[in-house]
Ligand binder design. Structure first.
Ligand code: HPA
Length: 274
């Protein structure tokens, strides 16, 4: 019989502790084209996903697939360089597995980044958007199925999935650094298709400002497990355009790479003050 979730999490965590045994307080999830964050860290240890018991393995271009442990601004952090997406064929439970591992390792706060399509009329490619709220109804909820009471409650409250305190700190950090920063609602979709014109319009009409293929499931798992969350999107393409608007993965990666230093600077400062 397959081992239950808690048993698997305990085995993954125990393995990690044999390799690296500082309790990280902050977990960081890096999105497409946003992997350079780790160059700013004092890296102490790295573990390939393929080495970790019960961990899924990453397949997408631009995702390197390892857990990186170390320090940033004197705080112990654990970084997921490469995340798992539902569109790759993983189950939603696999998508959020690393978030749960972070919880088991003692992480209290999770910072997530992603590349997203802009649907707010004022957004430009390269903009940074702090996620103030999300719409996850186009994706599969990762908490479907048996609830693991030791992780969290059956019916988690979602009135403040993104910590208002962290949002406010990030805004003042961005201001101090002289960066223009947007704030808005992220709509999670499964992908892997980018949206049709009609879908972008629908997403906008629903009240979202950006759309992407990640993050919401991880945030749900983090909130379920009682962790504080902060998340930021880099706007890599514009969904709401009347021209042909062909969107490619290469263009998304290029725009994310370009905005990366600013995002890294904000995360770095945020880590100092959380
Ligand atoms: N749609 C969905 N996901 C995305 C997009 C988009 O336009 N850009 C980057 N990720």
């Amino acid at each position: 019989m397959e081992k239950d979730l808690l048993q698997q999490l305990n085995e993954t965590t125990a393995y990690i502790k044999t390799k690296y045994n500082h309790q990280p307080f902050i977990g960081v999830v890096l999105g497409s084209g946003l992997g350079n964050f780790t160059k700013e860290m004092q890296v102490e240890h790295e573990i390939d996903y393929s080495e970790l018991p019960h961990f899924p393995v990453s397949t997408v271009k631009g995702h390197t697939g390892k857990l990186i442990f170390g320090k940033m601004n004197d705080k112990h952090v654990i970084v997921m360089a490469g995340r798992f997406h539902f569109y790759e064929g993983y189950t939603v439970q696999q998508v959020v597995y690393p978030i749960r591992v972070m919880k088991m390792l003692g992480v209290k706060t999770v910072l997530l980044s992603n590349a997203a399509g802009g649907v707010h009329a004022d957004f430009k490619v390269g903009d940074m958007m702090i996620i103030s709220d999300h719409i996850s109804m186009f994706t599969i909820n990762p908490l479907l199925g048996k609830n693991e009471d030791e992780l969290g409650t059956r019916f988690p409250d979602m009135s403040e999935p993104y910590s208002k305190e962290l949002i406010s700190k990030a805004k003042s950090i961005a201001q101090d650094l002289g960066y223009d920063i947007k704030e808005g609602v992220y709509c999670g979709v499964t992908g892997p298709t980018f949206e049709t014109h009609a879908e972008y319009k629908l997403i906008k009409a629903m009240g979202a400002d950006a759309v992407g293929m990640s993050t919401v499931q991880e945030v749900i798992a983090a909130v379920h497990a009682g962790m504080k969350v902060f998340a930021m999107s880099i706007i890599t393409d514009l969904g709401i355009r009347d021209d042909d608007n062909i969107i490619t993965h290469e263009e998304v990666l290029a725009a994310a790479n370009e905005a990366e230093p600013k995002m890294t600077a904000i995360f770095k400062e945020l880590i100092r003050v959380v």
